[in-house]
Ligand binder design. Structure first.
Ligand code: HEM
Length: 211
């Protein structure tokens, strides 16, 4: 919620001058896609937090089903599809471009797989795929944490490693943060589900079937 409170407001002004990423040279459509992405990404974060809250899931399965539909159809699917497009157009260089496109693809695929498992009442599968999906949704936050760490680590090397090129340094920070932001949490999640696999798979999810 803190992340959304910080990230969302500048884009709700619909003023391109408030964008936190450079828009120079991009068509007007890029800014509109960016705003839609941020709004839908925020819906995914907020709905995703509700979905993984055990108390709500167990007491109010109907709410879980409805918020799940909001998470998938108003959150991940539009935010991921737009993320794929703006990810391929990123001004932050080819390393982040590869990360963005792969992340958007995996995010969409994992979420659709989890949704289908829910519809088919394969609840253990639904749970595991949706855990992966929410971890990828929240990886935008670890991404930003890595960016702070890499800025602190690499700024002192501006004149040495990067030969004075600020653009090269920013692309390096963005590329490292992009990849580390989602790959490490996803690996940690896989490890957690493997080591506690039977518990994660066996725990019933009341009313988890969606739609
Ligand atoms: C997980 C898949 C996601 C992908 C592939 C993705 C991709 C992108 C891309 C490509 C950009 C444009 C900047 C750039 O060129 O790198 C961007 C910006 C942005 N995204 Fe995402 N995004 C994802 C998830 C999210 C989520 C869940 C949120 C939650 C709010 C979010 C919030 C933002 C914000 C706020 C910006 C604008 C930059 C800023 O103000 O910090 N993204 N995203």
């Amino acid at each position: 919620m803190a992340f959304v409170a910080f990230a969302l407001p500048p884009y709700l002004t619909f003023d391109p001058a408030q964008s936190r990423i450079p828009l120079a040279g991009t068509p007007r459509a890029y800014y509109l896609l960016l705003v839609s992405h941020v709004v839908c990404g925020s819906i995914a974060i907020l709905a995703g937090c509700l979905q993984i809250w055990p108390w709500l899931r167990e007491r109010y399965p109907d709410v879980h089903r409805r918020t799940g539909q909001i998470y998938v159809f108003a959150g991940v699917l539009p935010a991921g599809a737009i993320g794929l497009v703006i990810g391929a157009l990123t001004p932050f260089g080819p390393v982040l471009r590869a990360s963005n496109v792969l992340l958007a693809t995996v995010w969409l695929a994992v979420t659709v797989t989890g949704y289908r498992a829910g519809r088919q009442y394969r609840l253990a599968d639904h749970r595991r795929w949706m855990i992966r999906s929410v971890v990828l949704t929240l990886s935008i936050i670890t991404n930003r944490m890595w960016a702070v760490i890499w800025v602190l680590a690499l700024v002192p090397q501006l004149q040495t490693t990067f030969g004075g090129s600020e653009a090269l340094m920013i692309q390096t920070v963005a590329g490292l943060s992009g990849w580390l932001g989602w790959v490490l949490p996803l690996l940690a999640t896989e490890w957690w589900m493997e080591t506690r696999g039977s518990r994660v798979a066996a725990k019933p999810v009341p009313g988890a079937a969606v739609g």
